[in-house]
Design a protein around this ligand. Sequence first.
Ligand SMILES: O=C(O)CCC(=O)C(=O)O
Ligand SMILES: [Fe+2]
Length: 319
Amino acid sequence: MSELKRRIKSVPLIDNSNDKVKENHKTPVQKYNQISLRLLSRVVVVISFIVIIYFTANNEKIKIFAKQSDQISGKSQYLKCSPQYLNEIDKFNGCVPHKCKRFVADTVVSLKDVEGLLSIAKKGFQYGRSLGGASILDLHSGAMSKGQVFINIYESPYMKQLFTEEDFNLYRSVKEKVKHTIATHFGIEADKLHLTSPTFISEMTSKEPVTLHDEYWHPHIDKETYTSFHYTSLVYLSNYNIDFTGGRFTFIDESFNTTIEPKKGRLSIFTSGHENLHFVEKVQSGTRYAMTIAFTCDSKYAIHDPSVKKYNIPSKTVK
Ligand SMILES: O=C(O)CCC(=O)C(=O)O
Ligand SMILES: [Fe+2]
């Protein structure tokens, strides 16, 4: 072994011999700093743990009831009706659901229907949409978002006769399919269900909101937002994660949330009471189209199907 190697070998790699002496010679400030550093690193570890556990636990609280890729012939999630809802609906014989629930089916509304409804939406929205992220086109009242307000498509000179008999027939036929699906799956009589207002096609994007009407993502109960509603139905006209991202529909429950991913032709129906608190996630990209068709059991809130007749009524009487 060369002299150099021998010397290297005899030198310890780490010299701890003076550590204890050094420790004892630390000033109180140095000791305090060392303790705070240890404490801080422990606090950081504990907080990271809590954050990880919180987010994992939160994810487990979301249940996907209907995935975009699923093809559902009919799926129900039963709920206890809220007392307010039961009290109110009880007086309408033949219209009380066997059970409150949410129901999804991908086999009621066809892709041809979807294309027709989308073409109605696009025909209307070419003449106006909201400046923010949410626009509506209500074929019954004629209300359509434009800038920061609503215009009446049946009063607008450049929109006269925009929608054809065929468009209105399509709307009526989809509405009838939905009505009979409610009757069958909620155990009620179809002729006790009346179309009610508002009934509209919505267009949602990720644009920043300009008015309160653009803030579609707030949790709400339909019966509170729209007094006349007893059964809410939604027909989705675009595909989650293909035509848009974000924008899933979620019911808020005590123990976990239930999410529906929109898909072309997907029909979602639910009782409109407090048992079905819900919200729509903010759309992150793309454009999301859906149609809301609601039914009431109370004939005083019944509305007529939209039809070309709307164009023939003197404008001031269009409701
Ligand atoms: O578009 C949706 O998925 C739901 C919209 C909604 O909650 C409503 O119109 O009350
Ligand atoms: Fe709603």
